[in-house]
Unconditional design. Structure first.
Length: 310
């Protein structure tokens, strides 16, 4: 084991003990822990040289918060809505081969990343995400500290510095907001980079214009984008509903300002997700396409060859 990884493991272990009620080291770079937020959340933490992964299954009644019967399908569209506003890089996602939601967070372990700070945020975010899945009323996690009082010019300067240091070209918008072209071979996508109230930095790529999808489209969009959230580090899919319709997006939200390495990882995550799922996600707003997608997914889940595969 390298000295660098041993040093990281020490920081991670010390930080976990400050966040959790119970922590057990189960192997090199591996911990099991318990987070308490009214109920216990059993979390695994696994680290290598580059990333720390936090993951927890969530046992809830299917259709929670939707008025559906407990035996009904998980409402993937509702889960997308719950993803919005979560802090600490946390997210609700579907993992490969699974049909029940999990709460997750990934933290890059680049040298300049404040791992202890990110772990505090992630553990709080996981508890909030699990609480939302259990129907708890929680405040959105974006505004986590007092507003910095920075002017638009100062905020814009911070965002531009992050783009420049991480090597991404940008165009200035009002707000302050920066538009960053994402390098994909499947369509044109832009990330909107903005500072939220409290100093959080959001990176967002919208997948659709505002529209009103059918119920089948909602389920198909939800399932596809939640699976993307499970496969791409840092990334989560969200949806926001308004009077005129709904908009689905990929998002990376840093609860406190990121370093250049984290910022670069976030934009790369958006580029990967938009390149792989952007066009397909947009196509799911067509009810016929959505129906065929759901039928195909159902066949895969029922296939004996898929049982136990990940």
């Amino acid at each position: 084991m390298s000295y660098v990884l041993r040093a990281k493991e020490f920081v991670i272990g010390e930080s976990l003990h400050k966040c959790a009620s119970l922590v057990e080291e189960v192997g090199p770079g591996a911990w099991d822990l318990v987070l308490n937020n009214g109920s216990m959340l059993l979390v695994t933490a696994r680290a290598d040289e580059q990333w720390l992964h936090l993951d927890a299954p969530v046992a809830i009644d299917k259709g929670v918060g939707t008025g559906q019967r407990p035996e009904a399908k998980y409402d993937a569209w509702q889960l997308l809505k719950l993803n919005y506003g979560l802090g600490g890089l946390s997210k609700i996602a579907f993992m490969p081969g699974e049909s029940a939601p999990r709460v997750r967070a990934e933290i890059p372990l680049d040298e300049e990343v404040d791992v202890a700070q990110r772990l505090r945020e992630a553990c709080a975010g996981l508890k909030t995400a699990a609480g939302k899945l259990h129907g708890e009323k929680t405040r959105e996690q974006i505004a986590v500290r007092p507003a910095s009082g920075a002017t638009e010019a100062e905020s814009s300067a911070v965002l531009k510095r992050l783009c420049e240091e991480s090597g991404w070209k940008f165009t200035e918008r009002s707000g302050p907001v920066l538009a960053v072209d994402l390098e994909t071979r499947n369509g044109f996508y832009q990330a909107q980079v903005a500072e939220q109230f409290g100093g959080a930095i959001s990176l967002t790529a919208e997948l659709t214009a505002t529209a009103t999808p059918s119920e089948q489209s909602k389920q198909a969009i939800g399932e596809m984008l939640l699976r993307a959230s499970g496969l791409v580090r840092l990334l989560r899919a969200t949806v926001r509903e308004k009077d005129a319709g709904a908009t689905a997006s990929f998002e990376v939200l840093f609860q406190t300002p990121p370093c250049a390495a984290e910022f670069g990882h976030g934009l790369s995550a958006l580029a990967v997700a938009c390149g792989l799922w952007g066009q397909a996600g947009e196509a799911m707003w067509n009810e016929t396409v959505a129906r065929h997608y759901l039928a195909a997914q159902s066949s895969l889940k029922e296939s004996p060859a898929c049982v136990g595969s990940n």
